[in-house]
Design a protein around this ligand. Structure first.
Ligand code: SF4
Length: 439
């Protein structure tokens, strides 16, 4: 039985008081965290600190890299700019101006996310994104934070208060109406931040209207969450853990597929007694847990990391789902792995697991036109190419068609690639990229 743990959160304001921080970090490292943490979000909790980070392996420990800002996450110029600002006697508002200037230079809104916001009559549904035909993303306004922040996060602008970039919505009424008018949508993905920061009561307030609407098209309720890795007590010993579990049971008993899209970035996140018990409890409600993560330097860029994750996940009853490529935003330069090497990591890990774990799809880039999977590196007519395909596309007809890009050993993202045999990629002329209103 796992003992209850009181959630304690640490940010720039109080992290220096953490005993492990005092014991293991140098004054230079504290300074770097201060500088970088004034630009990119920083939040960690006592579970991550006590049970996941190996403090004898600092700074290389993958979970330390995942949660604590590092100097190289900013360019030298951006680092100096923020450091200089902090050394001056600036007001909070003046510091924020400097930070925001840098933030806007870090591509805060990659891949046209703003363009996926649909309309309902004259109302812009700012808490919804609808990019792929069958799936709607819903951003409840109560879930715009997480139990800890990942240093690679592509949703980081939501956590640093660049307000106009914030997606969020209070009510489910508009969501229900939108789903009613879009019978092609079968899946709603609750996302954030992390919807599993919400209390069971708040979560119920979002879920109940959906269940009561009894929409014939709605089949799957997905919850995108990193709570299993960052705060498994949510499902075990927190005061409303039983209520949350009861809500999951209610969803599955009403005949919906409840899918946990769980983020696990390193095998160490699967090893504590708390996470194992939490996984067991969630699966017992009839929900399924599918797992996903990007490949990132410093965190999981070895085939052995992925092999271990997939094997462990299957053993615990989870379904390996996606291997992503780190997105082109925030500290991407720090984490980016070349596509060639990512393919190699995927390939080698995939070859070492049984068919049961080969449910995983990847490596996949979530780009403006869609989710582009690297199928391999091949030679065609004496030309080395990346073979690619859409797993998801703005146009359903794009999905599954192989297409080819010139091999480039330095490429880290689709934008770095050029078509191998044509002046442009087949989808580039599509009206779906020019007129992306989905209503
Ligand atoms: S849990 Fe997800 S949304 Fe939250 S910081 Fe990590 S990657 Fe970003």
């Amino acid at each position: 039985m796992v003992e209850a743990r009181k959630y304690r959160v640490f940010t720039l304001r109080n992290f220096a008081k953490v005993p492990q921080v005092q014991q293991y970090l140098t004054p230079e490292q504290l300074h770097d965290i201060e500088v970088v943490g004034n630009v990119l979000p920083f939040k960690v909790n006592n579970y991550v600190i006590d049970e996941l980070i190996d403090w004898t392996n600092i700074p290389h420990d993958p979970i330390f890299q995942l949660t604590f800002p590092q100097r190289e996450m900013l360019s030298a110029a951006h680092y100096r700019e923020m450091e200089k600002a902090l050394s001056q006697d600036l007001s909070k508002a003046e510091l924020k101006l400097v930070a925001n200037k840098i933030r806007y230079e870090l591509n805060p809104h990659p891949d046209g996310q703003q363009h996926n916001v649909p309309m309902l009559d004259d109302t812009k549904l700012t808490g919804i994104q609808h990019k792929y035909r069958e799936t709607v993303l819903f951003f409840p306004s109560n879930s715009q934070t997480c139990h800890a922040y990942c240093t690679f996060c592509f949703r980081w602008p939501q956590f640093v208060g660049i307000d106009e970039l914030k997606f969020a919505m209070k009510e489910t009424d508009l969501l229900v109406e939108y789903l009613r008018r879009h019978p092609e949508v079968t899946d709603v993905l609750f996302t954030g931040g992390d919807p599993m920061v919400m209390s069971a009561k708040k979560m119920r307030a979002y879920i109940e209207p959906l269940l009561e609407a009894d929409l014939p098209n709605l089949r799957t309720i997905r919850i995108g969450t990193k709570s299993l890795a960052y705060w498994p007590y949510k499902f075990l010993t927190d005061k409303d853990a039983d209520e949350m579990i009861a809500l999951f049971e209610e969803i599955t008993e009403r005949g919906y597929h409840l899918a946990f899209m769980a983020h696990f970035n390193n095998p160490v996140e699967l090893k504590t007694e708390a996470v194992r018990q939490a996984i067991k409890r969630i699966i017992a409600t009839g929900a399924q847990i599918r797992t996903q993560s990007p490949v990132m330097k410093h965190i999981n860029d070895r085939p052995a990391d992925w092999k271990e994750m997939w094997l462990e996940q299957v053993k615990l009853g989870c379904i390996p789902y996606y291997m992503f490529v780190a997105r082109d935003t925030g500290a991407q330069d720090y984490f980016a792995v070349e596509l060639e090497r990512i393919w190699d990591i995927y390939h080698k890990a995939y070859q070492q697991v049984s068919g049961i774990a080969r449910t995983v799809r990847g490596p996949s880039m979530s780009t403006n036109p869609g989710k582009v999977q690297i199928l391999g590196i091949n030679e065609i007519n004496n030309k080395k190419v990346f073979t690619l395909r859409f797993i998801q596309g703005r146009q359903p007809s794009w999905v599954n068609k192989p297409f080819f890009a010139k091999f480039d050993p330095d490429a880290i993202w689709l934008d770095d690639l050029e078509p191998a045999f044509a002046p442009e990629f087949f989808y580039e002329q599509s009206s779906a990229l020019k007129n992306i209103s989905l209503n």
